[in-house]
Design a protein. Structure first.
Length: 307
């Protein structure tokens, strides 16, 4: 269990550092936007190349992937219905909200949790690759469509995901993993160095936003924040359990793995996307905060019951 606390403590301390620097007026809102843009356009694409290039793509073909997909689709469908029918949100806002209730922190938190709680970092690979290669490109395409005026042509719509730096980085990493190619040291080392900036930049930007932005729930509906947080912390891992255990017959350590990874909190890069496209930034910020705090007891409970 120490790995769970270590992972969350690391994230919390870096976020707190960002908030402290903002409080001391070392950073302001322009610094928060700069860090978010650095993470989005430069560091995260480099991280995707390095991370996916070393991933075991065969892990995606496991039964756990089916349960993981179901655990994503259910909260997304519930939120999307409420966002459009009850809160009357636009496409961009709905996209960010859907990510907030389904896109887990599979990288900087999922990997240590998988290593120390599940005993194998590779167990997070199906979730990581599903998010990077399917969910993220689709969401970014929707956000691009929402923020660009006019009716795009079909060719523009199809090509748009491939102009996004995160999608391009993910595709390059996947190509390296599928072919077994390795980049020259002169290219790999700088990519790793730049990619290592991604997570700290995201967390510092998030801490600045917590300190300088509106209070918890102040930027929108408290009911909406409660909904996204509940869908993420309760519904997503519950659906993963029900599908894996009763529809696919998964049990033992494999069942524990799929439920724990589904119970991870909302990823910090959702806030980066929200900031980049200026859509639902407070909703993303608040959901990340609530789920990051709430995921600790949830994961401990899952490990105690299924471990």
């Amino acid at each position: 269990m120490q790995g769970v606390f270590d992972g969350f403590a690391t994230i919390g301390l870096v976020i707190a550092l960002g908030a402290l620097l903002a409080h001391l007026q070392v950073f302001d809102e322009s610094a928060q936007r700069l860090l978010s843009r650095l993470a989005f356009f430069v560091a995260s694409p480099a991280l995707m190349i390095v991370t996916l290039g070393a991933a075991d793509v065969s892990a995606v073909l496991s039964l756990n992937l089916v349960a993981t997909v179901a655990a994503v689709l259910v909260p997304v469908a519930v939120y999307a219905a409420l966002a459009r029918l009850v809160w009357h949100r636009g496409l961009g806002h709905t996209t960010i909200g859907a990510l907030a209730c389904s896109y887990v922190n599979a990288g900087n938190l999922g990997i240590p949790v998988a290593s120390y709680v599940l005993g194998d970092a590779a167990l997070v690979a199906p979730t990581l690759l599903l998010q990077l290669l399917v969910l993220q490109p689709l969401a970014l395409a929707l956000l691009d469509a929402d923020t660009r005026a006019g009716r795009p042509r079909l060719l523009q719509t199809l090509a748009r995901p491939f102009t996004n730096p995160l999608t391009v980085g993910s595709l390059i990493g996947l190509a390296l993993a599928l072919t077994g190619w390795t980049l020259p040291t002169a290219v790999q080392d700088p990519l790793e160095l730049v990619g290592n900036m991604a997570v700290p930049a995201m967390l510092l930007a998030y801490g600045i936003a917590l300190r300088l932005g509106p209070g918890l729930g102040a930027g929108g509906s408290a009911a909406e924040v409660a909904t996204t947080s509940t869908l993420k912390l309760v519904v997503q891992p519950l659906v993963a359990f029900l599908v894996a255990r009763y529809l696919l017959g998964v049990d033992g350590h494999a069942l524990l793995a799929v439920v724990v990874t589904s119970a991870l909190p909302t990823a910090q890069n959702i806030f980066v996307h929200a900031t980049r496209y200026d859509r639902a930034t407070v909703l993303a910020r608040d959901t990340i905060l609530i789920t990051t705090v709430g995921a600790v007891p949830v994961i401990l409970l899952v490990a105690a019951v299924l471990g």
